[in-house]
Structures are given as structure tokens and as C-alpha cells.
Design a binder for this molecule. Structure first.
Ligand SMILES: Nc1nc2c(ncn2[C@@H]2O[C@H](COP(=O)(O)OP(=O)(O)OP(=O)(O)O)[C@@H](O)[C@H]2O)c(=O)[nH]1
Length: 784
């Protein structure tokens, strides 16, 4: 047994001090989970192996006295080098496995390869320095003991890895870098120990023990300091490439220097160059994979953003850009259906934007449900949609009618029903977007809730519409508007009881413009409120005059849905009545079924406000398609006006309308309403209406709309001898059911009767066929 020197003992004691650091790493590994656990346990294992190998080597050297046997020395040095090499490799694996070191196993491999490139360069430079002719270590050059090679290789690898982690570990990277530095110190210790054994130098033994202990302590300290979870970024773009250039430059400079001084390449030099070459090739291969993956990700993101850019977020349908793209790709036989919801603004105004959004989303869902394969539905903005489909004009018109029915179904939102219709324009040739839009605007102009197919004349019609909008703005100021009055008579006496005020527009150049043409213009341009106010005022002024002249009559005025939604309207009516001293019950305000079709609750509220002023409310065009029996029960109206189409159709009693007129009159009376049949043009029609028990009539048989003076002449000629009691407005009863009273118009055949029965599948179709008027309607224009 070789007696240990003080140096040997100091080295031994130094190594034993490393044991608590290894124990701490093991304990830390057990405390953690996932990547940290794996990394700490690897570090603990590596530390234990390296310390064990060093201890075993030292103890063996002490026991066997290897100093005397050179063969033994090399064998022992090799065994110690291999043992510590395994320990150092395990420590390196633990370092790379740290959560902050690399985002993925692939990133860890990249780090290792990068570390290898740096290591090989350091190796090569070191080789140049210690080999001939430079031989920086002189006689101390360890050229006899190959055992030094493995720890030396691992040391430069640890050094390279430390450099890579210093540049590329996840922030905060200081703990990871400290671990790597600690491992490098351990590797240096292994190197020094192998040299010490080879050279039989106790000073080296002591230094190695201290280095190993210091390295492992540094690792344990860094692990302790980094004891918190770290998020790792895996973005390959973060990595720069400059550090790969530096080792290459160092190698080239070293090689140039070496060759210039007459040095030659040997196996160790070639080893360094080959490792760099192989590592760079492998790194390049991985980088190509990174680029491929990154390109794929870019493509996917691009496709995603492209899709977003072409999609409407509210409905999930294509947006305008998406539709334009679909139009570009579409084969020649394609048709476009432009769709715009009617009166959608009032949904927003009355129920709020969220409800409006929900309705729009539902419109999108309905369109999607009704698409055929290959069709594209889009939301172009606001309440405007479009469907691009394969087919010709006829097929597109058919599809458009189907959509009209589908979109006309009530929208159940927020526990209430919203009734909306849509206008549709179809184009199958030419500039599809432009033409479908023109057709759509024409559908709006013709009263909404309908389908129009593009015609060349639309361009001209829309041009005229532009002119009308401009001219209508000045129509009141330039005295171009006037009222005519159509009598309402008692049946069967045919004595005039009242009249309906009808608006007319005579333009100096355009001539007489039909109400069916200018009323929609007024509604769309917002002029309707001003014009409606003018009509109301003129009618009240006229009525006041006739009442003052002793005529016992009432007048009705048509009310646009837009006016109705104006919250000040009731006050406005009250003011006008007061201004002209007209008893409120002498004024009847007619609302169309179109107004009924929007928002029931709001409508009931507004009508109730109006009735509070004492005026009576007539539901116009009843039987023309919109009203359901439920609505009729709920609405605070006094008069039911049976649509002229119901009345006008039958010339014979065998026609279908006769029983319908009968049903509607009975219904109205049962609900406590007065019923008025309008559009009576022949004695036969009058007979049918009279037999149904209807007490009020209106129509060409009793007179067209005429100027005030003619109307008054008629009143004078049919003045009764005795006084007739005035019809009293019905006040709201104390019961929950709203009270009703008087007039209704009857409309045409089976189609309209179905409108009374909303369960009938053709209900919506019938509703579509209606061309709703407002201040004035189309037929009135014909009558005037
Ligand atoms: N809720 C909601 N409303 C919108 C959105 N985009 C636009 N709008 C509203 O939709 C309404 C559409 O207006 P218009 O089509 O001109 O009005 P309209 O009442 O439908 O009139 P017509 O089309 O003539 O029947 C406007 O009041 C817009 O403010 C949206 O994303 N959500």
C-alpha cells in the first residue's frame, strides 16, 4: 500500500465535499416533475458517476501504488477517464434536458450540434497550439497518455455547449448557463485528473478534486436558483447564425497559422475538421427541416388569414371580397341573387344592435341551409347578402322565391318574434354584381318583399329614381303636392260618411308622378316624415273647414311605418288636431299590414299612444297577406279595411272571395271592429259586401279621389235631413284584451284568405305578393 501524500488526501477530501452537491441534485430531481425532474436526475447521476470514478481512481492509485508501474498508470488513467467521461456525458445530457435549455428534443439536438461545431473549432485550435511546431505546453505536452483524449473531447464539447446556451437558452438564461459552466468545470476536472494520473503529478490530483467539487457545487447552486417553471419559446427564427461563422474563422486562422509555420495535419487535426464538417452538415439538414416546417406554418397562417379576409365574422359567410373571388372563379353559367332585408334598421332601433346581429346571423344560417353544393352565400355588409349559384335566370328566380319565403319566416330572438321581409334582385348575365344590385334596388322601389330579375330598363328606371329623389325634396316648397279625397260611404245607403286623403304629386316637367313611384322614394330618402306631416296638416286643415261648414264627416290619413316608429308622432298628431280644432275622433290614421309585420310590441305601443290622443286607427289592406289572427287580436285598432283585392275579384257569387269577405266581416265584427270594404268597383261587388253585413264601403263605384271642392259638392248633395251621431273612438277597456271598434278593407281570393291562416304553407308566399303602400298605395293612384 502506497502511503498517501498530503496532496492525495486533500484531493480525496475535496472530492468528498462534492457528495452533498450530488445529493442535493438527486433530491431536487425527486421533488420535481416532467422535464425538470428528468434533467435534475440526469445531473445527479452524472455528478455521482464522475465523483465515483474520480474517487475510485484516486483510491486505487493510493492503494496500488501505481507510481511504480507505467502500464498500470495508463490503464488506471483510462478507466478513470472513461468513468468520468460517462459522468460528464450524463451531466451534458442533463444540461440539455433542462427546461430552459431547449424547447424540444429537436432543439436540443440542434444545440448539441452547434456545441459540437464550437467544440471542434476549440479542439482544432487547441490541437494547433499543443502540436508541432507550436507546442505551447512544451515538454508538458501529454503525448504519451491517450486517456486524456476522452475528457479533453468532452471538455471542449461542454465548452461549446455553454457557448451555445449562453446565446440561445431561454431567458432568463443565466441559470442554464451556470449549469453548463459547472459541467464544463467538472469536465476540466476530469481532464486534469487524467493528466495527473498519467503524469503521476499530485498537484494535478488536488486540482482535479477541487475542480470537480467546484463544478458540481456550481451546478447544484444554479439548479437551486432556477427552481421555478420556465416557458420555452420554440421559434426557430430567434436563432442567429453568426456564432457558426466564428468557429470556422478560428479554425481557418489556426490552420493557416499552423501550415505557415510548417506544421502538418495528423489524426487529431483531421478529427477536429471532420467533426466540424459532419456537425455542419447535420445542422444544415436540421435547418432545412426547420425552414420546411416554418414555411408550412407560414402557408397555413397565410391560408387562415386569407380565409379571415374573405369571411364575414358575424355570419361566417363569405364577405364581399370572398364573393368577388368566387365570381372570378365561377364558370359562365352562374347567377347572382342580391338580397337586402327590408326595414332592418328598425330592428336595430327598436330592439338594439345585439338583437340586430342575432337576426343577421340567423339570416346567414338560413341562407347556408338553403344552398346547393357549389353555391356561395355572402354578406356584403349591413343587411345586404348575396347568393352565387349555378343556373340560368329562371332557376335563379325560382331559388330567389324560395329564399324570399325562407327569409320571411319570423325570427325568434331574445324571447320575441321579429317579422322581416327581404327584397331580392336576380342577375344571370352581364355584370352580375352590378345587375343584381340594380334588380334589388328595383325590388325595393317596387315596394319590397319581392323578387325582381334584372332588365335593361332598370338603368333608366333608377336614373329616374335619382331625379325623383332630387325633385321630391322641393315638392312641398314648390307647391307641387296636393291632396284628393275619396269618399267612404255607408252601406247600403251609399251616403258619404267620410273620406280618405290621398296624396298626389304633379311636377311641371315630369307631369303627374304616381304615388307608387314617389312614395317608396320618399320612404327611402327619409323625406316621408316631412311629407307625412304635411299630409296630416293639410288633411286636418281641410277637415276643420268642412266641419265648420257643417259637414258631419271624418277623414282618414295613411301613415307610413317610418312615421309610426317616430316616437314624437303621437304628440305631433295631437298638436295638429289642437291647432285646427279638429275633434280627434274625426281623424282616422291608417296603418298598413306592412307596419304590422315588423315589431309587434313596438307597434302595439305606438298605436296605443296614438289612440290615447283620441284618433281612431284603421288597419289597412287587411287580408292582403301579413296579419295573423293573433296580431289582429293584439293590435289596438278600431277599423279593419278589407283589402281591395279580396273584394275586387268575384264577379259572381260562386267565386271564392265571397265567403272570404263574409268571414272577414264577421271576424271584424266579432272582435268589435268596424269593417270597411275598399276597392268596390261594381254593383255585384257591392252586393257581396252588403250581404256579408259590411256597413262601410269605398271604391270607384262610390267615387274616385277628387279635389276638396268636388268632394264638398258631393257632401252637399247627399246631406242628410237629420243629424247623424258621430262614430265615437273606442277607449281602451279595463279588461286585458284591447278594445276594438270599426273599419276594414277586404282583399282578393284564396291567396289572401290564406294570409289569415298563418299555419298554411302558402302563407309566406301570399305575403310576398303584397306591394305595400304607405301614405298612398298603388291602386289609389289608379283611382285618382
Ligand atoms: N345589428 C347590426 N346592424 C347593422 C350592421 N351593419 C349595418 N347595420 C345596420 O343595418 C341597417 C341597414 O340599413 P338599410 O338597409 O339602409 O335600412 P333598412 O331599414 O333595411 O331599409 P331598406 O333596406 O330600405 O328596407 C343600418 O341601420 C345599419 O346601421 C351589423 O353588423 N349589425
Amino acid at each position: 500500500m502506497h502511503s498517501p501524500s498530503g496532496m492525495d488526501l486533500a484531493g480525496l477530501i475535496g472530492l468528498l465535499v462534492a457528495v452533498p452537491a450530488v445529493a442535493y441534485l438527486g433530491q431536487s430531481g425527486r421533488r420535481h416533475t416532467g422535464a425538470a425532474r428528468r434533467a435534475h436526475l440526469l445531473l445527479a447521476a452524472g455528478g455521482a458517476i464522475a465523483t465515483g470514478a474520480a474517487l475510485a481512481g484516486l483510491v486505487t492509485a493510493l492503494i496500488t501504488g501505481h507510481h511504480d508501474v507505467p502500464g498500470h498508470t495508463r490503464a488506471l488513467a483510462t478507466a478513470v477517464a472513461v468513468g468520468m467521461g460517462i459522468g460528464t456525458l450524463t451531466l451534458l445530457a442533463g444540461t440539455v434536458a433542462l427546461p430552459g435549455a431547449a424547447s424540444s428534443p429537436a432543439a436540443a439536438v440542434r444545440h448539441l450540434l452547434d456545441g459540437l461545431v464550437i467544440a471542434a473549432a476549440v479542439w482544432f485550435v487547441g490541437w494547433v497550439l499543443i502540436s508541432r511546431p507550436t507546442r505551447i505546453l512544451g515538454d508538458a505536452t501529454p503525448n504519451r497518455c491517450l486517456a486524456i483524449l476522452l475528457p479533453a473531447l468532452l471538455m471542449v464539447l461542454a465548452l461549446g455547449l455553454t457557448a451555445v446556451l449562453t446565446l440561445h437558452a431561454h431567458r432568463p438564461r443565466r441559470h442554464t448557463v451556470r449549469v453548463a459552466a459547472g459541467v464544463t468545470v467538472v469536465a476540466a476536472g476530469a481532464n486534469v485528473l487524467a493528466i495527473g494520473i498519467c503524469r503521476e503529478n499530485e498537484g494535478f490530483t488536488l486540482a482535479s478534486g477541487l475542480l470537480l467539487t467546484a463544478g458540481l457545487t456550481l451546478v447544484a447552486w444554479a439548479v437551486r436558483a432556477a427552481d421555478r417553471p420556465v416557458e420555452v419559446s420554440g421559434d426557430v427564427l430567434e436563432r442567429g447564425a453568426a456564432y457558426v461563422v466564428m468557429p470556422m474563422v478560428a479554425m481557418i486562422v489556426a490552420l493557416g497559422y499552423h501550415l505557415a509555420r510548417g506544421g502538418a495535419m495528423d489524426v487529431l487535426g483531421y478529427l477536429g475538421v471532420s467533426v466540424v464538417g459532419l456537425a455542419l452538415v447535420a445542422r444544415q439538414y436540421l435547418a432545412l427541416g426547420d425552414v420546411r416546417r416554418y414555411t408550412m406554418r407560414l402557408r397555413q397562417s397565410e391560408a387562415h388569414f386569407r380565409e379571415l379576409a374573405h369571411t364575414d365574422p358575424l355570419t361566417g359567410l363569405a364577405n364581399r371580397r370572398g364573393l368577388q373571388e368566387a365570381l372570378r372563379d365561377e364558370p359562365s353559367k352562374a347567377a347572382l341573387i342580391g338580397i337586402d332585408m327590408d326595414g332592418f334598421k328598425s330592428v336595430n332601433d327598436l330592439r338594439g344592435h345585439d338583437v340586430g346581429d342575432a337576426v343577421l346571423a340567423e339570416v346567414g344560417a338560413r341562407l347556408r341551409r338553403n344552398l346547393l353544393a357549389g353555391d356561395v352565400a355572402a354578406r356584403l355588409g349591413g343587411d345586404e347578402f348575396a347568393v352565387l349559384m349555378r343556373g340560368d335566370t329562371d332557376e335563379a328566380v325560382l331559388a330567389a322565391h324560395r329564399l324570399l319565403a325562407v327569409l320571411g319566416e319570423p325570427y325568434e330572438v331574445d324571447g320575441g318574434s321579429i317579422f322581416l321581409s327581404a327584397s331580392l334582385g336576380v342577375a344571370a348575365t352581364g355584370e352580375l354584381l352590378h345587375d343584381a344590385d340594380l334588380a334589388l334596388r328595383y325590388a325595393k322601389q317596387r315596394g319590397k318583399n319581392r323578387v325582381e330579375s334584372y332588365q335593361h330598363e332598370y338603368d333608366e328606371l333608377l336614373r329616374r329614381r335619382g331625379i325623383l329623389t332630387g325633385e321630391l325634396r322641393h315638392a312641398i316648397d314648390r307647391n307641387q303636392l296636393h291632396l284628393v279625397f275619396q269618399p267612404v260611404v255607408a252601406l247600403p245607403s251609399m251616403r258619404p260618411l267620410g273620406g280618405e286623403a290621398l296624396l298626389r304629386w304633379t311636377h311641371p316637367e315630369l307631369g303627374r308622378v304616381a304615388p307608387v313611384e314617389f312614395i317608396p322614394v320618399a320612404e327611402e330618402s327619409g323625406l316621408i316624415n316631412r311629407i307625412g306631416a304635411w299630409v296630416l296638416e293639410q288633411a286636418c286643415k281641410q277637415l276643420a273647414e268642412w266641419l265648420a261648414n257643417g259637414h258631419d264627416i271624418w277623414l282618414s290619413v295613411n301613415l307610413s311605418p317610418k312615421e309610426l316608429h317616430n316616437s314624437d308622432y303621437a304628440a305631433q298628431v295631437a298638436d295638429v288636431l289642437a291647432e285646427y280644432g279638429v275633434p280627434p275622433q274625426r281623424l282616422v290614421l291608417e296603418v298598413t299590414e306592412h307596419a304590422v309585420a315588423t315589431d309587434m310590441e313596438e307597434l302595439v305601443r305606438r298605436l296605443a299612444e296614438l289612440r290615447e290622443t283620441g284618433v281612431r286607427i284603421a288597419l289597412d289592406d287587411f287580408g292582403a297577406g301579413y296579419s295573423s289572427l293573433t296580431q289582429l287580436r293584439t293590435l289596438p285598432v278600431d277599423i279593419l279595411k278589407i283589402d281591395h283585392a279580396l273584394v275586387a275579384e268575384p264577379e259572381s257569387r260562386t267565386g271564392t272571395a265571397a265567403p272570404l269577405v263574409d268571414v272577414v266581416v264577421r271576424l271584424g265584427h266579432r272582435l268589435g271592429l268596424e269593417v270597411l270594404a275598399e276597392g268596390i268597383g261594381t254593383p255585384a261587388q257591392r252586393e257581396v259586401v252588403e250581404e256579408a253585413g259590411c256597413r262601410l264601403g269605398q271604391g270607384s263605384l262610390f267615387g274616385w279621389g277628387v279635389p276638396a271642392e268636388h268632394f264638398e259638392s258631393r257632401l252637399l248633395s247627399s246631406r242628410p235631413s237629420g243629424a247623424r251621431p258621430l262614430p265615437q273612438p273606442r277607449r281602451k277597456s279595463s279588461s286585458d284584451a284591447p278594445a276594438r271598434s270599426q273599419v276594414v278593407r277586404l282583399g282578393p281570393g284564396m291567396r289572401q284568405v290564406r294570409a289569415l291562416l298563418p299555419s298554411d304553407p302558402d302563407f309566406a308566399t301570399a305575403a310576398r305578393d303584397q306591394n305595400m303602400g304607405s301614405v298612398d298605395s298603388g291602386r289609389e293612384m289608379g283611382q285618382g
